[in-house]
Design a protein around this ligand. Structure first.
Ligand code: C2O
Length: 342
């Protein structure tokens, strides 16, 4: 059977990598609404973060949205603090599985990775749109799969901006290039070589090694299963490495981006995941990939608070088509690794 939505009243402390715990539980409510796909309105187009830098009006909206989110009271489920806690609870053992109280819900290292984060960003984006009164506002993506975006986007490094987070690796500020195979130490590869390596890695993870649903999405995970059966390609590399590369190594747990409990505290997290989500779209639209057809995946449920503070129950099956959710990715952004066969 599919993993059911958590029971928020059973939420408990989440585990930090250093062995301590933290309370990330959301506000509770007794009313849960089942998600209904929205009526078709204008599509929201998610742009590459480096292009947003050239679009002052758009950038101003993004900054304003995060500023307003940060200004909401901490117990408002739409506040930036609560949005970060969503990740913490779903990823660090905050929820027991309904019916299996000794097993935690874990949305990583399994086939829930893509759909869980798609839903998470969906509500985050809707909340931003609501706060700035613009339902067409779309979450920019960190275009790390192309040379033009292979470093921390500059819009996130302006220390006076709401998009800034102080807990990032000081040695990895732009124009320092991302290393998709980063595991804790910087080496001295020149930029041209690094770009080539990263593009080759993208081709492998998305094409040559993505030969089955298990390899692309991750291992099956159903009700009663032990957590973390195995990650899909993109989740492992480069998604995890980019988290680790971005977080501040002088913090105990590589905060913020380097640990599940804290990564949602960095606005960059959501744009990182916007590009992860774009990889799922590219897999289907450009590479002929298909979605899993098993009901244990399709009927998996999650709970999120929406832009009106309603608690909404969603299913994986309603997340498969981004157009039905009201958004698309900017098609004009080049995908150079499609031709990077090693
Ligand atoms: Cu929920 Cu990038 O991890």
């Amino acid at each position: 059977a599919p993993v059911s939505a958590p029971d928020l009243t059973t939420c408990g402390p989440a585990d930090k990598p250093d062995g301590s715990t933290i309370d990330c539980c959301p506000p509770t409510t007794t009313t849960i609404i089942d998600f209904k796909l929205p009526d078709r309105g204008p599509l929201r187009t998610r742009l590459a973060a480096q292009d947003v830098a050239k679009n002052p009006a758009y950038l101003a909206k993004y900054k304003k949205a995060i500023e307003l989110m940060r200004a909401l009271p901490d117990d408002d489920p739409r506040s930036f603090a609560q949005q970060a806690k969503v990740h913490c609870s779903y990823c660090d053992g905050g929820y027991p599985q309904v019916g299996y109280s000794d097993l935690e819900i874990q949305v990583h290292y399994c086939w829930l990775f893509f759909p869980f984060h798609r839903w998470y960003l969906y509500f985050y984006e809707k909340i931003m749109g609501e706060l700035i009164g613009d339902p067409t506002f779309a979450l920019p993506f960190w275009n790390w799969d192309a040379p033009a975006g292979m470093y921390i986007p500059e819009i996130f490094t302006d220390t006076s901006s709401s998009l800034y987070d102080q807990y990032r690796n000081a040695a990895h500020q732009p124009p320092k290039l991302l290393d998709f195979n980063y595991s804790g130490t910087d080496d001295n590869v020149d930029d041209a070589t690094r770009i080539k390596e990263n593009l080759t890695t993208m081709y492998q993870q998305m094409v040559s090694k993505a030969t089955s649903h298990r390899l692309f999405f991750g291992e099956p995970y159903s009700a009663g299963d032990d957590p973390s059966p195995g990650a899909g390609n993109i989740e492992s590399i480069p998604h995890n490495n980019i988290h680790f590369w971005t977080g501040d190594p002088t913090q105990t747990n590589g905060e913020d981006m380097g640990a599940f409990y804290s990564s949602g505290r960095d606005p960059l997290f959501y744009s990182h995941h916007s590009n992860v989500d774009r990889m799922w779209s590219i897999y289907k639209d450009k590479l002929g990939g298909t979605d899993i057809e098993k009901t244990d995946w399709l009927d998996t449920e999650f709970l999120f608070y929406d832009e009106k503070k309603n608690l909404v129950r969603v299913k994986v099956c309603d997340s498969l088509d981004t157009k039905k959710l009201g958004y698309v990715y900017d098609e004009k952004v080049p995908i150079p690794w499609l031709k990077s066969k090693p």
